[in-house]
Design a protein around this ligand. Structure first.
Ligand code: SIN
Ligand code: MN
Length: 212
C-alpha cells in the first residue's frame, strides 16, 4: 500500500509518514555528522541584521542570508565552500516529488535545525532561478524529529492560511501553482519526536532546483 498523499492546495501536497524510521535515522545521523564537522551549523544573520531562529546548513550551494543569493562558499559566514549535497539525500527528494506527481533535480538542500524555541517567519521561496520558478519546479521538504506547526497561505502575505502539522518522516511538496505560496513555521510541538531518533528538536530539509 502506498503512503497517503493529501492535496492541501493544487500543487501543495502533504505526504504523511513517507519515510520509515530507519530512513529517518540515516538522514538525522548524516545531518548531525555534517553539522558537527568543520563546515557545520551556523546561525544566519539576515539583511536587517536580525538572527534567524534556526541553525542552518546549506548543501550543494550556499544560500547567502545577506544577499538572498546562492553561491559556492559561505561568504556571509566563514568563507568555507558549501559541503556537497549527498546523492542519498537527493534520492529521497526525487521519490517524494514523484509521489506528489512532480519532478525535480535538486542542486541544493537547506537543512534547518529548530530547537524548542525555533520558528520561521512567513516568506516565499523565490531565490531560485526564474525559469524554475516559472515552470513551478517544486520545493520538497522533509521533516525529522518534533512535529512542526507549518503554516501555508497564498501568494500575498495576508491571504488565508492553513496549518499543517508536519511530523517526523513526513514530506511536503509545493510546486506548480503553489510554488510561490507564503509559508513558515509557527513553532514545534515539544517532545513529539520518535525516541529512536535521539533528536531533541526538529530537522527540516528543503530541496530546491535552480540554485546553480
Ligand atoms: C523553510 O521554509 O525553509 C522551512 C520550512 C520548514 O521548516 O518546514
Ligand atoms: Mn521556505
Amino acid at each position: 500500500m502506498s503512503a497517503p498523499c493529501l492535496e492541501v492546495y493544487p500543487g501543495a501536497v502533504h505526504l504523511p509518514g513517507f519515510l520509515s524510521l530507519d530512513e529517518q535515522r540515516v538522514l538525522v545521523e548524516h545531518c548531525q555528522d555534517i553539522g558537527n564537522g568543520p563546515t557545520g551549523w551556523y546561525v544566519p544573520t539576515v539583511r536587517g541584521g536580525g538572527k534567524m531562529r534556526v541553525r542552518m546548513l546549506c548543501l550543494g550551494r550556499h544560500w547567502n542570508a545577506r544577499t538572498y543569493r546562492y553561491e559556492a562558499s559561505r561568504r556571509d559566514h566563514d568563507g568555507r565552500p558549501a559541503p556537497p549535497l549527498p546523492p542519498q539525500f537527493s534520492a529521497v527528494a526525487v521519490r517524494m516529488a514523484e509521489a506528489a506527481g512532480m519532478r525535480l533535480t535538486p542542486d541544493v538542500c537547506i537543512v534547518n535545525y529548530y530547537d524548542a524555541a525555533g520558528k520561521m517567519g512567513l516568506h516565499q521561496d523565490k531565490d531560485e532561478r526564474p525559469d524554475t520558478l516559472a515552470l513551478g519546479v517544486p520545493i520538497v521538504s522533509v521533516s525529522l524529529g518534533d512535529t512542526a506547526k507549518f503554516i501555508i497561505g497564498g501568494l500575498t502575505r495576508k491571504d488565508a492560511k492553513a496549518m499543517v502539522p508536519l511530523a517526523s518522516g513526513d514530506g511536503f511538496v509545493f510546486g506548480g501553482l503553489s510554488r510561490l505560496r507564503y509559508h513558515g513555521v509557527a513553532g514545534l510541538l515539544p517532545r513529539t519526536a520518535p525516541r529512536e531518533l535521539h533528536l531533541d528538536g526538529r530537522l527540516n530539509l528543503t530541496f530546491r532546483q535552480g540554485a546553480a
